[in-house]
Design a protein around this ligand. Structure first.
Ligand SMILES: NC(=O)c1ccc[n+]([C@@H]2O[C@H](COP(=O)([O-])OP(=O)(O)OC[C@H]3O[C@@H](n4cnc5c(N)ncnc54)[C@H](OP(=O)(O)O)[C@@H]3O)[C@@H](O)[C@H]2O)c1
Length: 227
């Protein structure tokens, strides 16, 4: 029910430190890992792949399609890459980096209306049909709710901030994130463990992601009971 995200796998940690965190998470019983071509300035998938390869059958892997990092030493450059023509090549590149022949979840990364047409949805269906992805869906953005309400492909996953959980249709399979960060602000500030506990209670059939760069935080988060 708890998964570890890798959006924070940037320059602050060495490759070795990232691998240790992933291994520690698995030792603590966390078996679902969320990554993306964008994360870690394009480097997160490769680290997750090195971790996953010797134990692929024991873990769930999610990656994304649509947002990419393009070089640039001085500026952060995020490029939108949703063209259906390039989708297969992009997924194959993710699979190569992840050192696997399939991902458990493939998510369109914060797409807008103009990004998602019939061709891209047909590609997602094909990816499931060919066993390249066990499930597909959308991570964030304005299409999250509408597509979760009428999934164009099954199995469908909605990956959403905990703050919009209530707006999603009751039957949707939800991977939720931002439990800890969203509990830091506003009137009702909550400690990380309490924020995760509440997110698990609000999303009892799905997965709750968190991220950390700290082993003590990892240990504390992994110990949060799901009611
Ligand atoms: N569009 C999308 O699909 C999308 C959007 C956002 C996030 N995500 C996914 O969700 C993952 C998690 O992101 P999130 O937004 O949900 O972050 P989060 O887990 O809500 O917050 C992470 C922050 O909380 C801190 N933290 C974690 N555990 C803590 C603890 N026990 N005590 C004190 N501080 C603690 C971390 O700092 P330390 O490193 O110091 O622990 C970090 O600053 C991402 O890595 C990504 O995989 C996806």
């Amino acid at each position: 029910v708890l998964g570890l995200g890798t959006a924070a796998f940037g320059r602050r940690l060495t490759r070795r430190q990232k691998l240790r965190l992933l291994e520690h998470a698995l030792d603590l019983g966390i078996t679902y890992f969320d990554t993306a071509p964008l994360y870690g300035r394009g480097g997160a998938e490769g680290v997750v792949g090195a971790f996953a390869a010797p134990r692929r059958d024991r873990i769930g892997l999610a990656t994304k399609l649509g947002l990419e990092w393009r070089g640039g030493r001085l500026r952060r450059q995020v490029v939108r890459a949703f063209e259906p023509d390039g989708a297969r090549r992009r997924l194959e590149e993710s699979l190569r980096k992840l050192r696997t022949d399939h991902v458990d979840v493939l998510l369109l990364h914060e797409p807008t209306q103009g990004d998602v047409g019939d061709d891209l949805l047909a590609f997602l269906a094909e990816a499931v049909g060919q066993g390249l992805a066990r499930a597909v869906g959308v991570a964030g953005g304005p299409l999250l709710g509408p597509l979760a309400a009428r999934p164009p492909v099954t199995p469908w996953v909605a990956q959403a901030s905990v703050t919009v959980l209530e707006s999603l249709p009751p039957g949707a399979f939800v991977v939720c994130h931002s439990a800890i960060v969203s509990a830091r602000s506003g009137k009702a500030r909550r400690a990380p463990a309490e924020a995760l506990r509440r997110a698990l209670a609000a999303n009892p059939r799905g997965i709750v992601l968190f991220s950390t760069t700290d082993h003590d935080h990892l240990r504390a988060n992994a110990a949060v009971p799901s009611d």
